[in-house]
Design a protein around this ligand. Sequence first.
Ligand code: AMP
Ligand code: GLY
Length: 439
Amino acid sequence: MQQNTNHTTKNLPSLRKVLVIGNGGRENALAWAIRKCPGIEEVTVTPGNGGTEDLKGCNRLNIPTTKHLDLIDYCLNNKIDLIVVGPEAPLAEGIADTLREHGLVVFGPGANGAKLEASKKWSKSLMKEAGIPTANHWNAQNKKEALEILERIKLPLVVKADGLAAGKGVTVPNSIDETVIAIKESFEGKFGSAGNQIVLEEKLEGPEVSIFALSDGNNFILLPPAQDHKRLKEGDLGPNTGGMGAYSPTLLISQKDLDEISDLVIKPTLEALNNKNIDYRGVIYAGLMLTSQGPKVIEFNCRFGDPECQALMPLMGPEFAQLLFACALGSISMAPTLSVSKNCSACVVAAASGYPEDPRKGDLIKIFLEENSSLRVFQAGTELDSQGNLLTNGGRVLSVVGEGENFDKAFKRVYAGIKQIDFPGINYRKDIGHQVRKS
Ligand code: AMP
Ligand code: GLY
C-alpha cells in the first residue's frame, strides 16, 4: 500500500456530472471544491441547504438521503458520473451498496466499511486485531456488566454508546460517579438503540488531530491534517459539539509524524479491512490523540469531518474531484497528483443559540460579507422560506472560511468576515486556532 505519486490521468473516464449527498456545511464545501475541476458541467447537492444554490455552478435537489430508490432513478436518468456521500448515517444504512448495485460510481464505503464509525465495538476490535495504537477498552452488553467492569478498574472510564448517536454518544467523565451516571443513562435509552451496548474506554490526554486518508480499497493518499475544536466555549470548555471551528494544516504534527501515522494507523486499518474482504472506497478519518506515549486512535469515522472539511477544501487543487472519482472507481493511480495549496486555512462556525442541546430555528440571517478568493461562507443549518428569506434551520448555521500565508492572516480575515453576518443569538468561539495564532 503506497501513496499515489502518479502524474497521469490515463484511463480515467470523463467526469461531467457529480451528485453530493447531504445537507451540511461539509457537503457545500465538497460541492464547491469539486466544481473547481475543469470539465465538470454540473454539481448537484441533495437535499442541500439554503446556501447550496449560492455556490457558483451548483444546483440543489430535493431528494432526502433516505429515499434510495429516488436517488437511483435520478442518477441513472441524469447520467451522474460520480456520487459523493457526505454523512455517516446513509453510509451506515448501505446507500453506497444500493447505488453500486445499480452500476453507479460512489465515493463512500458500503455498510460493511462504514462500521468503522457505526459500531465502536467493531471498530475497537479491528484496531486490536491490527495492532493499532488506541485506548484500552472493555465491552459491556448491560448495566450490570458495565458497573462490574468499573468496580474492577476503579478509574473514571470514558463511556461510548456503540452505535451512531449524532456525535453525542460519548461521555468523558471527571470522576467515577460521572462514569456511573453515563452508564445508567446509556442503558436507560438516552441514545436509543445506539446505547444498548457500550464501550468503556481508558481516558487519554493530549491534543487531538484529525487525519484524512482517501482510499480506493487498496491504496490511499493523506490530506493535510486538521484540528477541530469540539467544545462549545472558549478555552475548550463547555459541552462537546460537532465542532465549532477548525484549521489546517495543523502544526502539531510534522511530515515525519504524518508518515509514522500513515504506517502505524492507516496502512494497518486498510489491511485489516481487506482481510475482512471489505473494499473501502472513501475517507478513513482517524481522530487521534497525541498522548505522551505517542499518537492513539480515539475514533474512526467513515466520512470527512465537519467542520474540518470546510477548512480543507480551499487547500485542494482542481484535481480533487478526479481523485475522488479514481478512488470510487477503485484505482487511485488513475487520478492526477493532487496539488495542495501551501496556505493556512481557517474555519469558524457560527452556531444558533441553544446549540448543541436545543438550537433555536427560524431566525432571519443577514449576510453582508463580500466573498473573495480568500474568504467565503459555507452554509449548513439554513433554509429559504417561500419568500426567499434565509432562516436558521439547525445548530451549526454556517461557517466562515478564509486562507492566508500564515494563520494570523487567515483568522484575521475570518473574524472580520464573521462580523458581517448576523442572526439573533449568533454564537461563535473567538479563540479558534489559538494553538497556531500569535494575535
Ligand atoms: P467521539 O464521538 O468518539 O469523537 O468522541 C468525542 C470526543 O470525546 C473526542 O473528540 C475526544 O475529545 C473525547 N474522547 C473520546 N474518547 C476519549 C478517550 N478515550 N479519552 C479522552 N477523551 C476521549
Ligand atoms: N468534527 C468532528 C466530526 O466530524 O466528527
